[in-house]
Design a protein around this ligand. Structure first.
Ligand code: NAD
Length: 481
């Protein structure tokens, strides 16, 4: 028996192993030890979950907004109460460091508190058009919403992504990631205990068939997806082959951090390292992986980044002393290593680029914090999202040219700008193609401030009022007197 055993899915208010007989074994990425299993769900499981969600939705939407808010607040409290248990499970299951997981858990609970306070914003407008009638709008939930989440913040996404659709009066079928699937099963237990059956359904399994079945199901007319660009495009295609659906996408990033000549290199380097999210081994969509530094500061910034990266304590994610754990899975480790090896053939490796040395790293999916210098915009390492602990430094001398380089990838998620010159800062804010722009900081990301990308980084800001409203449709109503 493994540490966490067999962990069922939640369908129609019941914890179940589903209709298939295949299981997915979760390996601890720090040790490669099996720690638990989830059922590999099937298209039939998605159909059952959708049926249960559709049956539960009218009564859920019919609750008063205060009753619905109270249920969401109860979930927030239960998430907080389960934090200690989830932290240990999540560190072993994902490789995200236990010391930093508190942030993910608080954020998850905060989402429910935030959206439960916004329910009175589900309102329409009236228009003074004709005195012979009333002309107005109202907001209507879609019905059943599909949410498909990635591996990098498994518990946070499996919880937080439920909050807005539920608040808006929808029921949900959520697919957990196939690597690091264990903590989503805790969400299933909490939802079984606190919500009416069918309001939340959590199906574990692979993208094909589970995610694909969600994308194609005709009764699911609204999908919120977080993950890679390739999968986002596949979901749009699959959805479009069946019915007209509203699909919102939170996708990858290759996020520039721009340092102007007047910036303080220490502050900029600190923010670049903080923004890389090394506690998640750089596996964050908003990671500041692309440093664009003015040539006058390039040597100073490279030296500071190299010092800071060399000082990161890499180790087992379950050890509270570790500041960075392993990559999430063997497949992902192989992908990241291949990109780093290709990077070595084109750019100058400043630091890292291989598995750290020592017995602790003989097993597990490791890569030391890695820094490339003398990177140019055409190099693969400057263009592709690595989704690992890998930073690149590009020098610039001409501001207009630099802004073109900053915008020169298909991505547009986050950007950071370091300068004390207010004109340069505001010019950059206007010129940069990104959904989130930080000035003299990085990784600002909290509930209430929209988070989302432009271009191939996605569409549809989340964690804000617009996300709540996006889980409703507007209906125009004309009353003739
Ligand atoms: P992924 O796209 O491989 O998988 C995401 C989810 O989609 C998983 O649950 C997977 O099983 C499912 N899936 C796979 N194929 C599918 C298909 N054909 N149809 C439906 N579902 C399918 O992404 P990942 O590797 O788990 O996550 C990493 C990516 O996620 C990175 O690109 C990262 O930048 C992005 N991400 C973006 C945000 C954001 O907010 N913008 C946040 C976190 C991660």
């Amino acid at each position: 028996m493994t540490l966490y055993g067999d962990r069922p899915m939640l369908i129609g208010g019941e914890l179940t192993t589903g209709s298939g007989d295949e299981w997915i074994t979760s390996l601890n990425p720090s040790t490669e030890e099996p720690i638990g299993r989830v059922p590999a769900g099937t298209a039939q499981d998605v159909a059952r979950a959708t049926e249960a969600a559709a049956a539960a939705q009218p009564a859920w939407a019919a609750l008063t907004i205060w009753e619905r808010a109270a249920k969401l607040r109860a979930l927030a409290a239960a998430i907080r109460d389960s934090a200690e248990r989830v932290r240990a499970m999540e560190a072993a299951d994902s490789g995200n460091t236990i010391a930093n997981l508190g942030n993910d858990l608080h954020k998850a609970a905060n989402h429910f508190d935030y959206f439960s306070g916004l329910l009175s914003e589900l309102k329409g407008e009236t228009m003074a058009a004709l005195s012979s009638g009333f002309h107005m709008t109202m907001r209507v939930p879609y019905g059943v919403v599909g949410r498909i989440v990635p591996f990098n913040h498994p518990f946070m996404f499996a919880t937080a992504n439920l909050a807005a659709p539920l608040a808006a009066g929808n029921t949900v079928v959520l697919k957990s990631p196939e690597t690091s699937p264990l903590s989503a099963t805790v969400v299933g237990e909490l939802c079984r205990d606190l919500l009416p059956p069918g309001v939340v359904n959590i199906v574990s399994g692979y993208g094909l068939p589970v995610g694909d079945a969600i994308a194609r199901h005709p009764a699911i007319r609204r999908i919120g997806f977080t993950g890679s660009i390739a999968t986002g495009l596949a979901i749009q295609r699959a959805a479009a082959e069946q019915t007209v659906k509203h699909v919102s996408l939170e996708l990858g990033g290759k996020n520039p951090l721009i340092i102007f000549p007047d910036a303080d290199p220490d502050r900029a380097a600190d923010a670049a390292v903080a923004g890389m999210n090394f506690a998640w081994a750089g596996q964050s969509c908003g990671s500041t992986s692309r440093v664009l530094v003015h040539e006058s500061l390039a040597a100073a910034v490279e030296k500071r980044l190299a010092e800071r990266l060399a000082a990161i304590r890499v180790g087992d994610a379950s050890d509270p002393e570790s500041q960075m754990g392993p990559l999430n899975s063997a497949i992902h480790r192989d992908r990241v290593h291949a990109l780093v090896e290709a990077g070595k053939t084109e750019a100058r490796l400043v630091l890292g680029g291989s598995v750290p040395s020592g017995r602790a790293f003989e097993r597990g999916y490791w890569l030391a914090p890695t820094l490339f210098g003398d990177v140019t915009p055409d190099m693969g390492i400057a263009r592709e999202e690595v989704f690992g602990p890998v930073m690149t430094i590009q020098r610039w001398s001409d501001e207009a040219e630099m802004l073109k380089v900053a915008n020169g990838t298909p991505y547009g998620l986050t950007a950071s700008v370091f300068t004390n010159d207010i004109s340069k800062a505001f010019h950059a804010i206007r010129a940069i193609e990104a959904g989130v722009v930080n000035v003299n900081g990085s990784r600002m990301h909290f509930v209430g401030a929209p988070f989302g990308g432009t271009k191939n980084s996605g569409m549809g800001g989340e964690e804000c009022l617009e996300e709540l409203l996006s889980y409703t449709e507007v209906r125009a109503v004309h009353v003739t007197l």
